[in-house]
Design a binder for this molecule. Structure first.
Ligand SMILES: *[C@@H]1O[C@H](CO)[C@@H](O)[C@H](O)[C@H]1NC(C)=O
Ligand SMILES: *[C@@H]1O[C@H](CO)[C@@H](O)[C@H](O)[C@H]1NC(C)=O
Ligand SMILES: *[C@@H]1O[C@H](CO)[C@@H](O)[C@H](O)[C@H]1NC(C)=O
Ligand SMILES: *[C@@H]1O[C@H](CO)[C@@H](O)[C@H](O)[C@H]1NC(C)=O
Ligand SMILES: *[C@@H]1O[C@H](CO)[C@@H](O)[C@H](O)[C@H]1NC(C)=O
Ligand SMILES: *[C@@H]1O[C@H](CO)[C@@H](O)[C@H](O)[C@H]1NC(C)=O
Ligand SMILES: *[C@@H]1O[C@H](CO)[C@@H](O)[C@H](O)[C@H]1NC(C)=O
Ligand SMILES: *[C@@H]1O[C@H](CO)[C@@H](O)[C@H](O)[C@H]1NC(C)=O
Ligand SMILES: *[C@@H]1O[C@H](CO)[C@@H](O)[C@H](O)[C@H]1NC(C)=O
Length: 818
């Protein structure tokens, strides 16, 4: 009674003098907290008191959010020992021990204090942490006891979930049994220390969800969380402690993370102040593939495939019949048996969640090469990867025996190197071979071209087949035969695949109409371009043109699978590219980090080769006319594929330039002579290529480029820096810091050559391809088109009237380049 009176007065006192601090947040040994009273943290965000959950009449001592209308309990003291009346009383003994008493005598809950404290106080902090500390000492290091060390089902910001290796304290979440009963259910979440430590959600003894390894930047199982607007998180692993922790980015945007027994999930909620409700922000496991180990040993779970369970590359189902009947439990085995003695190799599986850890081993200082060597020497080592991508990929993790619970991501995730037989590993080319292939392709293309010139006068018909064969052979992965019939899809098939062109399936809007994603009945993913009706082309004309485009097969061109004709509507059906387009990476602050310089260089070379193929296919000679970053799509391996080629116009073989009264293209990428006079040639594509190149290097858009105290576009900026002798300044800092500077410099140089004002001065694509990989001296670039123009279409800014990009000149510059 006395205590109640004391509290009452304290409250009145505070209400009178301060509206905000209406309660006290500490009690000392002379005080106690009875049922009906609350302790409120200094800023009012949390309260400690007695409550009854759901429909239960039992009383529990707990902490809840104080400023939300519903009582969201975040911590419970006597989880498993409910009080059946309102005689509960919390007191702090003079030794610092907390005791929760019932009926004045029975202790239903108490803390285990070993040391005795001189001058203890109990305080509820603004973080929601209830602590016992020395009255004179508020250093968190010296707390005698804290509720954050004994979490219930909720993880609050600043709380550590993990293990203190010095004391053995294991902080782990356990869900409430149900809405009415806070006693621990069998759903738990905590750190597990076998091999490489990671976070594990368990239901009973079953592993339900794993985070995958921590790579310094995030967990390999949740790559999409790395840059979220709500919270920052970290995983600490040192000789003293292993734990997961998170902090709010904006303290006023509340977020909590809670286990839900009934749904068997880990949920994160964020507070929406407008609606005064908690909004579900994320949920784990969130999809089929998050559930641990569904695809059996050596399976790879990919939600974008049907069925989601696939064998790892170079593996096959162990029991085909059961695998075919969707029983994945037997998993997969190597397609070609390993032979450890005579030497195995590794192939890289990109963007995955790393396998389960029981048979894993780690060393935090080894580098990737040492890791590979060590793994190769141990015949039972089946995979390895590096640990910390933020510190240059130091650290080594290895897995022995079967690889369990790998999940495939599309755009981000860890690279895993898996052991395969030497012959299988060789299929994967190494860097040197790649260069060889590039050079080989160039030489072959030259040969084709020279052949083309020789044959063209004799027989165009004969030539067609030869060149086609040649090109098909040159480009690995190509398996199309020339006489392939045009696939005409039924309208019903396409409508079904795209969910009748539903808005959800729309990928974007191209220059010639909207594009939809679709999935055919056999599981194949397609992209459907629905051409605008205004094209006014006849049926046969359309079919013939599609037939021509279908025959253009190159690994750097998006493959056209066929078409669909329905009334006066025309559709083109393409292979689907899961990574979308280049612009979605290079212009995005976070996603751009995925594209390291070496990847970008590969992409640049790929675009160049694709364009070369279009320009030099002697039969068609396609000028793209709308090359831009958003027309370069990326496959799962980030190989570039040019799309929308052949859309604007297809030509006969001898035509190299033409005049058009309808300019198609995109401002910012168009060559001056094309934009102003409608003159287009292979060299106007070269100009666009130069712009794309600059955009890849700088991570900035040519159009809409802004630089403090300078006017003009990206090209102008690059040119200015070139003239000032600091060309590298145009490149993204991230590339300068991590990339190959001589390659980078060379690409800047080439880009400036491509955007020169006069078309005849720009190199042809065949020269560009050679320049990219050779180390020869390059000519100095002359002033680019559109220089020093605020409005790019003023007449005096461009001069494209005299043009002479003829076939002969192309061959001459080719020979020179060699
Ligand atoms: C409440 O619990 C006490 C023991 O903790 C028990 O003796 C008592 O009978 C219970 N009262 C009711 C109403 O269940
Ligand atoms: C609790 O015990 C104290 C003495 O230890 C006594 O003064 C008080 O009246 C008791 N209260 C109840 C509710 O039994
Ligand atoms: C006290 O220690 C026991 C056994 O070590 C443990 O089960 C219990 O959870 C501890 N209680 C608190 C409140 O820390
Ligand atoms: C703080 O410590 C001093 C001496 O160390 C002691 O006299 C004083 O009572 C303490 N104050 C509190 C609030 O604990
Ligand atoms: C568990 O999740 C479901 C669905 O999100 C929700 O309705 C329910 O209230 C949650 N239960 C608890 C105890 O949070
Ligand atoms: C934090 O969030 C509040 C409420 O949404 C907003 O008003 C405030 O500007 C944010 N602060 C920062 C630094 O972003
Ligand atoms: C399993 O499916 C594959 C591919 O669909 C098929 O080639 C194979 O014959 C099937 N095998 C069995 C045993 O069903
Ligand atoms: C880890 O690797 C380093 C060499 O990089 C080695 O010196 C160290 O002994 C290794 N640690 C263990 C535990 O194997
Ligand atoms: C391979 O590694 C496993 C697991 O660390 C170990 O038990 C085994 O002895 C190693 N074998 C060899 C040959 O080093």
């Amino acid at each position: 009674m006395e205590m109640g009176f004391y509290f009452y007065c304290a409250c009145c006192f505070f209400i009178i003098f301060s509206k905000e601090t209406a309660a006290i947040d500490t009690i000392s040994p002379s005080d106690s907290l009875t049922d009906g009273m609350t302790l409120v943290s200094n800023d009012g965000s949390f309260a400690l008191g007695f409550f009854s959950p759901g429909t239960s009449n039992n009383r529990y001592l707990g902490i809840w959010y104080n400023n939300t209308p519903m009582q969201n309990v975040v911590w419970v003291a006597n989880r498993a020992n409910p009080i059946n009346d309102s005689t509960g009383l919390l007191k702090i003994e003079s030794s610092g021990k907390l005791v929760l008493q019932v009926q004045n005598t029975t202790a239903v809950w108490s803390t285990n204090m070993t040391a005795s404290v001189e001058n203890p106080v109990l305080q509820l902090l603004d973080s929601g942490n209830l602590v016992v500390r020395d009255g004179n000492d508020s250093n968190p290091e010296n707390y005698y006891w804290q509720s954050f060390d004994y979490p219930s089902d909720t993880m609050l910001p600043g709380m550590k979930i993990g293990i203190d290796l010095r004391t053995g304290l294991h902080r782990r979440l356990a869900a409430w049994k149900n809405w009415d009963d806070p006693s621990p259910g069998d759903l738990t979440y905590g750190v597990e220390l076998e091999g490489n430590p990671e976070m594990v959600l368990r239901k009973g003894v079953e592993k339900y969800y794993r985070s995958g390894l921590w790579n310094g930047d995030g967990f390999s199982g949740t790559p999409n969380l790395r840059s979220n607007p709500i919270f920052d998180y970290d995983f600490i692993w040192n000789e003293n402690e292993v734990y997961y922790i998170y902090f709010l980015k904006n303290k006023s945007v509340m977020s909590r993370f809670v286990l839900n027994q009934t749904e068997s999930v880990r949920q994160r909620y964020t507070w929406n102040p407008e609606t005064q409700t908690w909004k579900l922000f994320s949920i784990m496991p969130s999809d089929y593939c998050d559930r641990s180990g569904l695809c059996g040993p050596n399976g790879n779970c990919d939600n974008n495939k049907l069925p989601a369970c696939q064998c790892l590359t170079r593996f096959r189902p162990k029991l085909l019949e059961r695998w075919n009947s969707s029983d994945w439990s037997d998993g997969c085995i190597h397609s070609k048996p390993l032979n450890c003695q005579s030497g195995d190799g590794f192939i890289k599986i990109a963007k995955v969640k790393t396998p389960d850890t029981p048979n894993s081993w780690v060393n935090k200082t080894m580098n990737l090469k040492e890791c590979r060597d060590k793994c190769l020497r141990n015949c039972s080592c089946m995979a390895f990867t590096n640990l910390d991508v933020t510190r240059g990929g130091s650290g080594c993790a290895m897995w022995f025996g079967d690889l369990i619970d790998i999940k495939q991501f599309q755009s981000d995730g860890q690279d895993l190197y898996i052991r395969v037989s030497a012959s299988e590993a060789e299929l994967k080319k190494n860097a040197k071979m790649k260069l060889g292939i590039i050079l080989g392709t160039v030489i072959a293309a030259l040969l084709v071209f020279v052949l083309g010139i020789c044959y063209i006068r004799r027989s165009r018909r004969k030539l067609k087949d030869k060149v086609e064969d040649k090109n098909v052979n040159d480009n690995e992965n190509e398996d199309e035969n020339e006489d392939m019939e045009l696939a005409v899809f039924a309208f019903g098939t396409i409508a079904q695949a795209t969910d009748t062109f539903s808005f959800n399936n729309k990928l974007g809007e191209g220059g010639f109409g909207p594009v939809y994603k679709g999935t055919l009945a056999n599981g194949q993913e397609i992209a459907v371009k629905r051409l605008s009706r205004s094209s006014g082309q006849g049926l046969n004309e359309f079919k013939n043109e599609v037939k021509l485009i279908v025959k253009l097969q190159h690994r750097n061109l998006v493959r056209l699978l066929g078409c669909c004709i329905h009334g006066d509507e025309r559709m083109l059906v393409y292979e689907y590219m899961p990574n979308r387009s280049l612009d979605s990476f290079i212009f995005d602050q976070m996603r751009s980090k995925v594209l390291t310089w070496s990847k970008r260089f590969q992409i640049i070379c790929g675009i160049a080769r694709g364009l070369l193929y279009l320009h030099q296919d002697s039969r068609l000679r396609i000028i793209h006319r709308d090359l831009k970053a958003s027309n370069v799509l990326l496959d799962t391996q980030m190989n570039p594929k040019i799309s929308d080629f052949g859309m604007a116009r297809t030509f006969g073989g001898e035509q190299t330039e033409a005049n058009t009264n309808r300019v198609v293209g995109t401002y910012g990428y168009m060559a001056p002579e094309y934009a102003t006079d409608g003159m287009f040639s292979v060299k106007s594509d070269v100009f666009s290529f130069g712009i794309v190149l600059l955009e890849i290097i700088s991570g900035k858009k040519n159009r809409g480029f802004y630089h403090a105290n300078q006017s003009g576009n990206l090209v102008e900026h690059a040119w200015r820096l070139w003239e000032e002798g600091k060309p590298l300044d145009v490149a993204d800092d991230f590339l300068v810091e991590t990339g190959d500077l001589s390659e980078l410099l060379r690409c800047i140089h080439i880009s400036l050559l491509c955007v020169q004002q006069h078309p005849e001065e720009r190199p042809s694509m065949s020269s560009v391809v050679v320049m990219l990989v050779s180390h020869n001296e390059l000519p100095s670039p002359k002033q680019p088109g559109f220089l020093f123009c605020n409005k790019p279409f003023e007449a005096d800014c461009s001069s494209g009237n005299d043009r002479s990009s003829s076939r002969n000149e192309i061959s001459i510059s080719l020979l020179e380049a060699r």
